[in-house]
Design a protein around this ligand. Structure first.
Ligand SMILES: Nc1ncnc2c1ncn2[C@@H]1O[C@H](COP(=O)(O)OP(=O)(O)OP(=O)(O)O)[C@@H](O)[C@H]1O
Length: 692
């Protein structure tokens, strides 16, 4: 307080201040999550609501009884009227236009039923009179009481009760657990089974976790995949929010293509207090083991395998992308034998704790940062090549296949630790437009980094390289398809639309029922995971919605500090963490060669239409065929012939006439020489690369 400026510890975004003691919090969490604690007792607010509901129920009970009895009387009255007028028989006769023939029969039956009614009334009156004489007014009250209870039961407002169809029915939620017919109706309403089709119950509705589960078989030829695809329609038919409805295929033993497992959560499974990562409770973690990532709707633990694969995380800002990426990184940080290359394109504080353990660390979006990342990646590509060369010299006992093993990765003499390249906001590096000369060819810095990453993702896993990329711009221009296609695991938090979702999760995933644009904004840290390998939810799961563990900065710092202590103890702390940022000498020519001629060709910017479509359609036929008829292209590409010819001409492809075989004879048709198409592609590529 003497006016001096005192440095303070940084205060991070989302940091908790004045937290209750850990033990109290943990007991609170357990109490909240326990299945044995009734919902009403989980919090003071819930208890308040429960008491209020109970009082309201008691106050309204007489009124509800009365209205139920009146409704019951109406229902019974209507039923009796139908019966006495022989309505069903009459309607059947009317429909088959035989009313005239059956008229006498119906009339007789009506008269008979009137007589039965009269007789029953007479007997009932007599019985009542006798009871009155014998027991007095009490008997009449007793009978009236019993009758009103029966009528109230008949007339009670029961969700989906058969026999009555409300114009505006109340919620149908969970009626299916008691009456499977409601479930069948929901499948019909959602057009997942036909009107005359039905479901077979494999397992009756039962409580599983905080929800109800049921397994059904669809009618023959109907596919479980279609139910997953149309989950929204089924959720609507069952009157639950789609986040509450989990639909899974039952595969393998005991399953088939038409067997569906449904789980309906009692309430939003992704609400509630954030989940704490189990990594905080362990001293160290084996990077070869899948890393704890989160929990699915059914509260099953989802662990993410990282070794042998790579991960792409995509989301719009502020949805938990950095948090999710740090979770994956945390598992690797807690293994002292793992080397980490951490690059943060955002340049914030999110990753600064990782600096103390990182072998390479770059934080920022300036040109110098992008160039540093490029240099490190080039170095790593050279390292992968050298690892393969060294593995080839190892004997079969140490290295049985040309792949890294846990023992190799931990042997300091071999120098091949699991090496993770973690890049947050990777678009900053991939979109850098600075011109770059590589191996005599021109490209951009961003495109070169994409090629280096694509190489590492493709070739790296067997040599122990794990690539984790996170981006808030998951569009096709930012992450080129050559890089995206090779990334094994994908995690999409909320994105803008289904196209972005497909870019992260893979083509057509929205049509298979996985669309990250439908996730709720309030569900921070919840995303769709498409793992590359097995998870606890099953090896056959294509993708699943996961709520990631919440690891705020304070906990992240603990993990990083623990990672440093472990590395110090194991003697594996190296590189940037010990102040060694020296650039290692590499064989640049060998790296360019490793990327292959394919990469150099791709350094050319995308082709314009319709040339791109033609090249796409022809594929390797572009080199194999000499000539391709215009008619074939027009039909295959579904284009308008005149416009197509004009546009191809503008791109430098003039049509020619050639003889093509047709049956036994030949015919002269218009078309394009593939040599001309190839020349046009080269020409456009060269000019694009030359552009400033
Ligand atoms: N698993 C989670 N559970 C609960 N809240 C979470 C979870 N993950 C993230 N959040 C919340 O979401 C906020 C945004 O997370 P994060 O910083 O990871 O977003 P981001 O997508 O990386 O944003 P940006 O693109 O701006 O960097 C965090 O401050 C945190 O409070």
């Amino acid at each position: 307080m003497n006016g001096d400026v005192v440095p303070a510890a940084p205060v991070y975004d989302g940091e908790l201040v004045d937290e209750p003691p850990k033990v109290v919090r943990r007991i609170g969490d357990l109490w909240q999550r326990s299945r044995f604690v009734p919902t009403a007792l989980r919090s003071r607010a819930a208890l308040g609501y429960a008491v209020r509901d109970a009082v309201a129920w008691l106050v309204l009970a007489p009124l509800r009884f009365l209205s139920g009895a009146v409704r019951g009387a109406v229902v019974v009255g209507r039923g009796w009227r139908r019966w006495v007028r022989v309505r069903d028989y009459r309607e059947a006769a009317e429909q088959s236009e035989k009313l005239a023939d059956k008229f006498i029969e119906i009339r007789e039956l009506t008269l008979f039923r009137w007589k039965v009614t009269g007789a029953v009334c007479a007997v009932a009156s007599a019985a009542l009179t006798v009871a009155y004489v014998m027991f007095g007014g009490l008997a009449l009250w007793g009978v009236a009481g019993v009758a009103s209870v029966v009528l109230a039961v008949v007339g009670r407002r029961k969700d989906g009760s058969p026999g009555r169809k409300a114009v505006l029915a109340g919620p149908r939620t969970l009626t299916w657990t008691m009456d499977p017919q409601v479930l069948v109706d929901a499948f019909r309403d959602a057009k997942l089974v036909g009107k005359d089709e039905t479901l077979r119950l494999v397992e009756r509705a039962a409580r599983v976790g905080d929800g109800w589960a049921v397994t059904v078989d669809l009618p023959a030829t109907r596919k479980a995949a279609d139910v997953i695809k149309n989950r929204d329609a089924l959720a609507s038919a069952l009157a639950v929010d789609e986040v509450q409805l989990i639909v899974e295929r039952v595969r393998g033993k005991g399953g088939h293509a038409g067997r569906v497992f449904l789980w309906v959560a009692d309430e939003d499974p992704y609400a509630g207090p954030p989940l704490r990562t189990p990594l905080l409770d362990v001293e160290w973690w084996d990077a070869w083991r899948p890393v704890p990532f989160g929990r699915d709707a059914r509260n099953r633990r989802i662990d993410l395998p990282l070794v042998w694969t790579s991960l792409l995380v995509g989301a719009i800002p502020r949805q938990g992308k950095t948090f999710a990426t740090r979770l994956a990184a945390a598992g690797l940080i807690l293994d002292p034998y793992t080397r980490l290359y951490v690059y943060d394109g955002k340049g914030g504080k999110d990753w600064d704790s990782a600096e103390q353990i990182a072998y390479q660390y770059v934080c920022g979006d300036e040109l110098e940062h992008v160039e540093a990342v490029r240099d490190h990646l080039v170095e790593l590509v050279a390292e992968v090549q050298s690892r393969y060369a060294r593995m080839a010299t190892l004997d079969d006992e140490v290295c049985p296949e040309s792949k890294i093993t846990p023992a190799i990765s931990r042997d300091p003499d071999l120098g091949m630790p699991i090496t993770a390249v973690i890049i947050d906001e990777v678009q900053v590096f991939l979109e850098n437009p600075t011109r770059e000369q590589v191996g005599g060819k021109k490209t951009t810095l961003g495109a070169y980094i994409a090629d280096l990453l694509a190489y590492l993702v493709r070739k790296g896993p067997a040599a122990g390289i794990v690539v984790i990329l996170a981006t808030q711009r998951p569009d096709s221009n930012t992450i080129p398809s050559r890089l995206r296609a090779v990334l094994g695991s994908r995690f999409a938090l909320r994105v803008m639309d289904w196209r972005d979702s497909n870019i992260v999760l893979g083509e057509q995933m929205n049509t298979r029922g996985y669309d990250a644009s439908t996730l709720l904004p309030s569900h921070k840290g919840v995303g769709i995971l498409r793992p590359d390998g097995e998870t606890d939810a099953g090896a056959d799961m294509l993708a699943m919605t996961v709520r990631t563990y919440y690891m705020p900065n304070a906990e992240w710092r603990v993990i990083c500090a623990r990672g440093r202590a472990l590395r110090e103890a194991a003697g594996t702390l190296a590189g940037h963490a010990v102040g060694d940022d020296a650039v290692r000498a590499i064989d640049a020519v060998a790296v360019v060669k490793a990327l292959g001629t394919g990469a150099a060709e791709r350094w050319v910017v995308e082709l314009p239409e319709p040339l791109a479509a033609v090249v796409d359609y022809l594929g390797d036929q572009l080199d194999k065929r000499e000539f391709v008829p215009t008619a074939e292209l027009v039909e295959a590409l579904k284009v308008e012939p005149t416009m197509f010819g004009k546009e191809m001409g503008e791109l430098g492809c003039k049509p020619v006439r050639q003889y093509v075989p047709e049956g036994d004879a030949t015919r002269r048709v218009r078309g394009y020489m593939t040599a001309d198409i190839r020349a046009a592609v080269d020409e456009i590529g060269a000019t694009n690369v030359e552009q400033p």
